[in-house]
Design a protein around this ligand. Structure first.
Ligand code: FMN
Length: 382
């Protein structure tokens, strides 16, 4: 860290804590550089893993004795579930339960063969959510995602047309639906026949070339990244698949130099290049998208799939990038939460440095694994 950065950081309490943390890290590194200390620490870690990794009960014992490593994740999952339920009754730009249920209806509609009656266990809940969303739209059209509402309308319309009359729950929901005022012209968002689309116009070789062209670049020209390019690339990121189409993430983009510097100083992985990043994306997973802990990993999966599309899109727009790791390390988590004003249920998944590659930038070769060391077919237990 440069002296100028230290001086800047020392102007705030948070910054002073961060400087202290970095100094401690530096001290720890110096101590670890002493050969025998390093060996002793490594042996202790190995011994701990041997003992507590040998069976599940011992693993639980370790985490009961020291709950800190998983404490934030547990708290975040619970806060997310709490917010999920609270949000059901709040005005929201996007309604996650509605998104999920509408998607479940879509899946029912595209089933081959399609059943005459389906979704009886959640159509009432879906209609209640839709009615609330429509009421919000009528109160304040700008407060809600119009496309999401139009999609919900079209899928519900297709669902009620597809289901045979005679089932009490469906008939009641249908009646509620037909009693609602028309919102705005919609149509075209119900499932469609895919048909024969013919060969892709993007060849395998083109995609391969793009994948080979993309490399993690860490040094950038000192010129701003146009926001419209970021937005265009995010349009591609949004096309990535997500569990039940929830899209449980937010790409927070920072291009104010002071903010970029403040954020980029937090992760360990940006050491040595964080000070010259023109634009930084903080990918935040939103655990308030789920009512149950069972889905807690979907924020990482969905956000990462979107991130990969984002990186490829940036590449086609002549922009380079590198992902920066965000470890679950409490002192940094707390600082990031405060700096970005994150709710406890919002978890940073990764950071992405973005910019125009510096003409002198070098990239590591980063050998990939050979196919047969990460691919298997029909593998089962012994
Ligand atoms: C989850 C994740 C975390 C990463 N964290 C860092 C990081 O903290 N600092 C860094 O310089 N590179 C980081 N990288 C970039 C990797 O080092 C890089 O992707 C890898 O070496 C392969 O190189 P390539 O991206 O050029 O193919 C990260 C990549 C991923 C996917």
């Amino acid at each position: 860290m440069q002296a100028r950065d230290v001086a800047l950081l020392r102007q705030t309490n948070d910054g002073r804590c961060l400087v202290l943390l970095l100094r401690l890290k530096h001290l720890a590194k110096s101590i670890l550089a002493v050969g025998w200390v390093n060996k002793a620490v490594s042996r202790a870690r190995h011994a701990e893993a041997e003992v507590f990794g040998s069976n599940r009960v011992l693993g639980h014992v370790l985490h009961a004795l020291n709950p800190l490593p998983f404490n934030r994740e547990q708290a975040a999952v619970m806060r997310g579930a709490r917010n999920y339920h609270r949000n059901l009754r709040r005005d929201r730009r996007s309604h996650v339960q509605l998104r999920r249920n509408i998607h479940r209806l879509e899946k029912g509609l595209v089933m081959l063969p399609r059943r005459d009656v389906f979704a009886t266990d959640y159509i009432a809940e879906t209609m209640a959510g839709y009615v609330r969303a429509v009421a919000q739209f009528e109160r304040s059209a700008a407060s809600i995602d119009r496309d999401e509402l139009a999609w919900a309308h079209d899928v519900l319309d297709a669902y009620f047309r597809a289901c045979s009359p005679g089932h009490r729950v469906i008939d009641e929901a249908r009646e509620t639906f037909s009693g609602l005022p028309p919102l705005f012209p919609s149509g075209g968002k119900a499932p469609t026949r895919r048909g024969d689309r013919g060969a892709s116009t993007i060849t395998f070789d083109e995609l391969r070339e793009l994948s080979l062209q993309r490399r993690s670049v860490r040094h950038f020209e000192q010129r701003p990244v146009p926001r419209d390019l970021i937005d265009r690339a995010l349009g591609i990121a949004a096309q990535a698949p997500t569990a039940c189409n929830r899209m449980p993430y937010e790409f927070r983009i920072y291009d104010d130099p002071d903010l970029v510097r403040a954020v980029a100083q937090l992760p360990f992985g940006a050491a040595g290049f964080g000070h010259q990043i023109p634009t930084l994306a903080v990918v935040v997973g939103k655990l308030d998208s789920y009512f149950s802990a069972r889905d807690r990993h979907a924020i990482y999966i969905d956000a990462s799939l979107a991130a990969m599309s984002f990186l490829f899109a940036l590449e086609t727009l002549e922009l380079s990038s590198t992902i920066i790791n965000w470890p679950d390390f409490e002192p940094l988590e707390a600082r990031m939460q405060r700096l970005l004003g994150l709710d406890l249920s919002e978890r940073v998944v990764m950071l992405i440095a973005i910019g125009y590659s510096h003409p002198d930038a070098m990239v590591p070769y980063s050998q990939k694994k050979q196919l047969d060391s990460f691919r298997s077919y029909n593998k089962v237990g012994e």
